[in-house]
Write a protein that binds this ligand. Structure first.
Ligand code: URA
Length: 210
């Protein structure tokens, strides 16, 4: 069975995404919106996180109260645009660890080649939340999750801001066990591999490199 695609349609997320899509939005504004959306998406992606009861003291009495164990979460950023998700996600799950995956596409073979991979130890005890704002062809996402699976995390989820149908299909073909959380499923990829209508190059817009 294929894991679900969670299309997050919360009005706050949709409104902010519309602002981000506008081509004249400044870099700092784009980054601020990305931060705000990340916090809201963290809320959705952590919805069914395991909780445990811990004993606490209120001013009135002792009680067993639910808590999530943030230390068991690892956010895995696919460089470089995935870093745009990190600040917002870490704001709401401050105990989480962070891993990074760097991949580039070999211009000759078009195969994703890894240039960086750094995860926390004890991945077997962690729930991994993989971050990439744009799920376009899905080739980097598939390669990143392939590599991540070698570390055997307890679970894997994938979060993107905008997805193309082609990227979702690619992920579902190679990683049917990984649920996808996305704020938009756009029309298609263009001949340059950009999502249309999309929002352009997320890395360039986040870091002001164009
Ligand atoms: N990466 C981006 O940043 N934007 C796209 O539209 C596709 C891939």
């Amino acid at each position: 069975m294929t894991a679900p695609v969670h299309h997050i349609t919360h009005p706050l997320i949709q409104h902010k995404l519309t602002l981000m899509r506008q081509k004249d939005r400044s870099t700092s504004n784009f980054r601020t919106l990305m931060n705000e959306i990340s916090m809201l998406m963290a809320y959705e992606v952590t919805r069914d996180m395991p909780m445990q009861l811990v004993e606490i003291e209120t001013p009135l009495e002792t009680m067993m109260a639910p808590m999530i164990d943030g230390k068991k979460t690892v956010f895995v950023s696919i460089l470089r645009a995935g870093n745009g998700f990190l600040d917002g996600m870490l704001n709401v799950v401050p105990g989480a660890r962070v891993g990074h995956v760097g991949l580039y596409r070999d211009p000759r073979t078009l195969v994703a080649v890894e240039y960086y991979f750094k995860m926390p130890h004890d991945m077997q005890e962690r729930d991994a939340i993989v971050l990439d704002p744009m799920l376009a062809t899905g080739n980097s996402a598939v390669a990143a999750v392939d590599r991540l699976k070698e570390t055997a995390p307890r679970s894997i989820r994938f979060v993107s801001l905008v997805s193309a149908p082609e990227g979702i299909a690619n992920m579902q073909k190679h990683h049917p066990d990984v649920p996808i959380y996305t704020a938009a499923i756009d029309r298609e990829l263009n001949s340059h591999g950009y999502i249309v209508p999309g929002l352009g190059d997320a890395g360039d817009r986040l870091f002001g490199t164009k």
